[in-house]
Design a protein around this ligand. Structure first.
Ligand SMILES: CC(C)(COP(=O)(O)OP(=O)(O)OC[C@H]1O[C@@H](n2cnc3c(N)ncnc32)[C@H](O)[C@@H]1OP(=O)(O)O)[C@@H](O)C(=O)NCCC(=O)NCCS
Length: 151
């Protein structure tokens, strides 16, 4: 059995919260704390999915929604599992769940994060704004992107 066959996709939940928190610490310089994600689990305007390999979370997507607008907050995949379509699959699971609820998705991404920007472009996002010096540690601009969701 390959690593790929071992993957399973599930809703973000209290059961995988700790594994998700560990994943985000490896993927981001300033990840959200576990308590922030814990709070999101109690937020009815929050949606998330996790890709698990055994007891480890190897991919995660988390969004919030208000009215018909979705905001993508977190999308990350363990370095060892990248370029296998996990991020694309997680995004597909969110859009399927939000079908008929949200018509547009917004996100912001570090200007230098070319893997993420390429991914988002491949998913149909286009740039709709630019905020100089938006991020710190290190200082960097944010590229704002949006995507019309198919109804
Ligand atoms: C960005 C990230 C989530 C992509 O996850 P992934 O599972 O490897 O992405 P996928 O395999 O689903 O890739 C889908 C498409 O995105 C693009 N893409 C993904 N990684 C890329 C890279 N390193 N370079 C160029 N294009 C890339 C490609 O178009 C790819 O399609 P292809 O493999 O058929 O060419 C992952 O690199 C990551 O976790 N990075 C660190 C966290 C992060 O920066 N998150 C985004 C913050 S806004």
């Amino acid at each position: 059995m390959t690593q790929r066959d071992d993957l399973r996709y599930e809703l973000f939940s209290a059961e995988n919260l700790h594994a998700v928190s560990s994943l985000t610490k490896c993927c981001f310089l300033s990840p959200w704390s576990e308590s922030i994600y814990q709070r999101e689990l109690e937020n009815p305007l929050s949606v998330g999915f996790v890709c698990m390999a055994g007891d480890n979370a190897v991919g995660m997507i988390h969004c919030n929604f208000v009215a018909d607008e979705l905001t993508l907050n977190t999308l990350c995949v363990d370095e060892a599992y990248r370029r296998r379509g996990i991020a694309r699959k997680l995004w597909g699971m969110v859009t399927e769940m939000m079908q008929g609820v949200c018509t547009v998705c917004y996100l912001e991404v570090r200007e230098s994060n070319l893997p993420a920007r390429t991914l988002y472009e491949s998913l149909g996002f286009v740039q709709n704004g630019y905020r100089p010096r938006y991020y710190s540690d290190p200082d960097e601009a944010a590229v704002l992107m949006c995507c019309k969701l198919v109804e």
